[in-house]
Design a protein around this ligand. Structure first.
Ligand code: SF4
Length: 236
């Protein structure tokens, strides 16, 4: 009678008799399960609008500055619009906001060289609480009484703390008149996008650096601005 082949103990599984290769594969799987491979540590990802915004701002500034340094003779708005289109951020408000950021970045070095006492801040009177504001007006614009009903009180207090002279005006032509009269070495402007562009155009010829903050909510009355952005420039 033919003898049955011997079956090693380790070839017997709960499922029955395993082929040697299958047993080896099973063993490898078991080892794999027992000692999971170390997962490479992922870099920390910051999530949140503020961080994302900061990241986008940095990348776009660098890209736009590079484009300009290459000698592209194109208006800033067009450069930014093209970049935004390529990154999928096509909203006009984003384009405007980023254009202002890039312009600020390009002029910042010159701005920072000017002592604070020779910088002047221009604020739009549309930031006032129009119904309740008691600020008197003269050729220098409105004189805030710091009643606290609008953001002007906090902004002007911060400007004064920094030794920065401020004006609250109606618009571009009044700003230019004051600049011609007062002759500041650097200007900080809070305004809507169009006013900022007009100011930039005028100031380019004078070599006066401008740092601008675009209104978050524009319009003719009760506009809004991000205080943090204004304070950042006032304290720079
Ligand atoms: S804080 Fe100044 S600008 Fe604002 S409403 Fe009062 S007085 Fe007018």
């Amino acid at each position: 009678m033919k003898e049955k082949p011997m079956i090693a103990e380790d070839e017997v599984s709960v499922m029955g008799i395993a082929a040697p290769e299958a047993a080896a594969a099973e063993e490898r799987r078991a080892e794999h399960k027992a000692e999971p491979k170390a997962v490479p540590k992922q870099p920390e990802v910051k999530v949140g609008l503020k961080e994302d915004l900061e990241d986008i701002r940095k990348r776009l500034k660098a890209l736009a500055a590079k484009s300009l340094s290459l000698g592209l003779n194109t208006p800033m708005h067009s450069v930014i619009a093209e970049i935004m289109k390529r990154t999928g951020l096509v909203d006009e408000r984003w384009i405007q906001y980023t254009s202002v950021e890039v312009e600020n970045n390009l002029g910042k070095e010159f701005f920072l060289k000017v002592p604070k006492g020779e910088r002047v801040l221009f604020l739009p009177h549309c930031l006032r609480d129009v119904k309740n504001c008691a600020a008197p007006i003269d050729e220098d614009g409105y004189h805030c009484r710091k009643c606290g009903r609008c953001a002007i009180a906090k902004i002007t207090a911060e400007a004064e703390r920094n030794g920065i002279k401020w004006y609250m005006c109606g618009g571009g032509s009044q700003v230019i008149n004051i600049i011609q009269r007062v002759k500041p070495k650097a200007v900080i402007g809070v305004a809507c996008y169009n006013e900022i562009q007009m100011a930039l155009e005028k100031l380019r010829a004078t070599n006066i650096p401008l740092q601008a903050v675009m209104l978050r909510k524009s319009g003719c009355v009760n506009t809004e601005v991000d205080l943090e952005e204004v304070f950042e420039i006032l304290n720079a």
